[in-house]
Write a protein that binds this ligand. Structure first.
Ligand code: ADP
Ligand code: MG
Ligand code: MG
Length: 254
């Protein structure tokens, strides 16, 4: 089944066109990596999927499980199973991590037609998921991400993901600034959570993450569109030859 279909998407921010005809199809069970030089529009694309209000869609369409995604408010998208892990996760002072997770989890459960979990049942579920990310329970009583290290924020995002069980998870440079141990934990979490019924888009600047999470497809984004798609080996090729190699190859065939 097709989870996400993006066709000829164009979008602008503050009057400047950033996305210039992006096409992408993601099916259930697939992991897609999107690579590409800085400024190519990768984060713009992920924020548009999540419904960030700064971006204006000027053309094309995005279908999520057959439904026009652009009709949905950001909160509705999250409930419907779109999960965006940010490059810089937000801190929410004064809101306990546990409460935050429970509200988000119950909103998602309601959408799925499941019973909301009371405090006790939610505690059981969280304990189970904490093991997946090897996170200390003390992080639950602290304010959301406040004073968390980079690695702890990432772990917390994977915990959110484990609780929300998204249909489509988008991780935007979730590997940036992670040491190797944190990278392994994040990768382990993603690998555990990806199954035949959901899909993952990994946006990354470096090949390193793809040593731990093996994508089915690697896309190169350049100037607001996907210009090259290949198998996982494309990431290695990019690592050794750089993005200019893609640009030259593209120019040669143009
Ligand atoms: P990437 O994630 O691939 O590095 P981005 O999507 O962050 O690229 O940025 C693509 C282009 O869009 C850049 O030139 C960036 O400066 C511009 N851009 C992104 N967001 C905004 C914004 N809110 N206001 C102005 N320009 C923006
Ligand atoms: Mg960037
Ligand atoms: Mg970015």
């Amino acid at each position: 089944a097709v989870i996400l279909a993006v066709r000829d998407l164009t979008a602008s921010v503050e009057g400047t066109q950033i996305l210039k005809g992006l096409n992408l199809e993601v099916k259930a069970g697939e992991i897609h990596a999107i690579m590409g030089p800085n400024g190519s529009g990768k984060s713009t694309f992920s924020k548009i999927l999540a419904g960030h209000p700064d971006y204006e869609i000027t053309g094309g369409e995005i279908l999520f499980q057959g439904q026009n995604l652009l009709d949905l408010e950001p909160e509705e998208r999250a409930r419907a199973g779109i999960f965006l892990a940010f490059q810089y996760p937000l801190e929410i002072p004064g809101v306990s991590n546990l409460d935050f997770l429970r509200v988000a989890c119950n909103a998602r459960r309601k959408h799925l037609g499941l019973d909301e979990l009371d405090g006790f049942d939610f505690d059981d579920l969280v304990q189970e998921k904490l093991d997946v990310v090897k996170m200390n329970p003390s992080f639950l009583s602290r304010s959301v991400n406040e004073g968390f290290s980079g690695g702890e924020k990432k772990r917390n995002e994977i915990l959110q993901m484990a609780l929300l069980e998204p249909k489509l998870a988008i991780l935007d440079e979730t590997d940036s600034g992670l040491d190797i141990d944190a990278l392994k934990i994040v990768s382990h979490g993603v690998n555990q959570l990806t199954h035949a019924d959901n899909a993952t888009i990994l946006i990354t600047h470096y090949q390193r993450l793809l040593d731990y999470i093996v994508p089915d497809f690697v896309h190169v984004m350049e100037g607001g569109r996907i210009v090259t798609t290949g198998p996982k080996e494309l990431a290695l090729e990019l690592e050794s030859r750089g993005y200019t190699w893609v640009q030259e190859a593209e120019a040669a065939t143009a």
